[in-house]
Structure formats: C-alpha cells, structure tokens
Design a protein around this ligand. Structure first.
Ligand code: HEC
Length: 130
C-alpha cells in the first residue's frame, strides 16, 4: 500500500485552492458560488446526479426539462400535470414562492427572493444540464 507523508497532503491542500483561483472567469465564480448555495439550500432534498434519487427528484439536466418527468420519481399530481418547462424564468418563480407558483406541490420550505442568489443557483443548475 502506498503511504503519503503528511507533508504531501499539506502541500496539496495549499496548491489546490491556488489552482482553482487561477481561473477567475466570472462564470466559473458564479458556478462555484451557486454550488455552495445549492449545497446549503437544495441538496438536503435533491441530488445533482441524474442516477441518484433523494427526497426530491435529481436536478441534473433540469434546465429545459418538462416538469414532473424524471422516470420513477413519485411526483405530486400538481407537478406531474403542470405541463411547464423548467426555463430560467420558471425556476426563478419556483425558487421564490414554490407553493404560490404551484399550489399542491410537495416541495416546501424554500423561498429564495434574492435575485443574485437565484442567479448563482441558476448558473450552477445550467452547469449540470447538458
Ligand atoms: C425540503 C425539501 C426540498 C428542498 C430544500 C428543495 N426541494 Fe425541490 N423538490 C422537493 C420535492 C419533494 C419535489 C417534488 C415536488 C412535487 O412532486 O410536487 C421537488 C421538486 C423540484 C423541482 C421539479 C423537478 C422536476 O423534475 O420537475 C425543481 C426544479 C426543484 N425542486 C428545485 C429546487 C431547488 C433549486 C432547490 C433549492 C433552491 C430546491 N428544489 C430545494 C423538495 C425540496
């Protein structure tokens, strides 16, 4: 078995953030902020991986998807029959006031009114939609 000296881990810990910072394009920063916000606000109920279900449906490829169509997930009737497409505008309205936007949905306790926070989360969701 290969063993690494603690110093190896230390230098990796120092070098990795430096490498990440080297790419300072605005879009990358938005995506990484969005990922952290997703982890804080969405991840307890949603996986970003298409093949991992959670309490809510996975959100990989959610941009442009017809609502309520992830195979095998048990949606509320309201969402399954809504016929909406997850555009940026629909996702903003959903994040802002989920039950107001869609009475009868079983997604609760999310109310993100801050447009900048929405921007970041949308940048992240776009980055995991192919
Ligand atoms: C407390 C748990 C919970 C949290 C937190 C949560 N969701 Fe949900 N979400 C759900 C559930 C449950 C559903 C299914 C709703 C239904 O069937 O009516 C859902 C559905 C969705 C859908 C519809 C997907 C589809 O396949 O049609 C989107 C989009 C979504 N959530 C986005 C988000 C985003 C973005 C966040 C974070 C800002 C978030 N959710 C936070 C529980 C949650």
């Amino acid at each position: 078995m290969t063993r690494f000296a603690p110093a190896t881990f230390l230098s990796l810990a120092v070098l990795l953030p430096a490498a990440a910072l080297a790419d300072t394009s605005f879009e990358r920063i938005k995506i990484s902020a969005g990922q952290q916000l997703f982890d804080a606000e969405c991840r307890r109920c949603h996986s970003p991986d298409a093949d991992r279900q959670s309490y809510g449906p996975p959100l990989e490829n959610v941009i442009g998807r017809v609502a309520g169509t992830y195979p095998g997930y048990s949606y509320s009737e309201a969402l399954a029959k809504s016929g909406i497409v997850w555009t940026e505008a629909a996702l903003r309205a959903w994040m802002e006031d989920t039950t107001g936007f869609m009475p009868g949905t079983k997604m609760r306790h999310v109310g993100i009114e801050d447009r900048t926070v929405q921007d970041f989360i949308l940048a992240y969701l776009t980055s995991i939609s192919h």
